[in-house]
Design a protein around this ligand. Structure first.
Ligand code: ZN
Length: 182
């Protein structure tokens, strides 16, 4: 890919780009597509791929190995995710499903796809911004997912789960969650 082509996707982080490239090189694209149907239990609009949990899928005969990286340790949804992955592949006719956890490198919100960020916003949750420090110490550049205003304020560092911070919009007065950057 030339530099010129790279500049056509300036909003996509290099980590996102690497993930997509890895997926595109897989020899089991149908299995990746199949798991696009499996969503995060806590944010059901986001697929495991879009939230960045899904790392690798490989197949050997009738055995499929899926590698996932857990999100925040405060979001213990891994058992449900493991069951959902197994169910989706079993339904497809895969005899044996192994779900492996990869803890290093740690999951980061930078792995979240742009599609996932838009879906979060549509769901009423502000997508992660650059650093949580900036969010928590400054007047914030967090955009209200309801009306699009940047005039928002932090209400609580912890919202419904430790993954999220609670904000309120000064313009439309609606409260909303921010998905924290890590
Ligand atoms: Zn608003």
């Amino acid at each position: 890919m030339t530099t010129t082509q790279m500049q056509l996707i300036p909003t996509k982080s290099s980590l996102q780009y690497e993930r997509e490239q890895f997926r595109n090189e897989s020899n089991v694209p149908h299995l990746w597509a199949l798991l696009d149907e499996v969503t995060d239990p806590e944010i059901p609009v986001l697929s495991l791929w879009d939230i960045g949990i899904l790392k690798d899928i490989s197949q050997q005969d009738q055995s499929v190995t899926v590698v996932i990286t857990p999100t925040y340790s405060g979001c213990p949804a891994m058992d449900v995710i493991r069951e959902d992955i197994t169910a989706a592949l079993t339904k497809y006719g895969i005899a044996q499903v192994n779900v492996e956890l990869e803890l290093t490198p740690a999951w980061t919100t930078d792995w979240m796809t742009n599609k996932g960020r838009e879906q979060l916003r549509g769901y009423g949750i502000a997508p992660p911004v650059d650093t949580v420090d900036r969010v928590l110490t400054q007047d914030t550049q967090v955009q209200c997912p309801h009306c699009g205003s940047h005039a928002t304020r932090l209400v609580s560092e912890f919202a419904s789960t430790a993954c999220k911070a609670l904000f309120q919009c000064n313009d439309c007065s609606e409260p909303f969650d921010l998905f924290k950057h890590i």
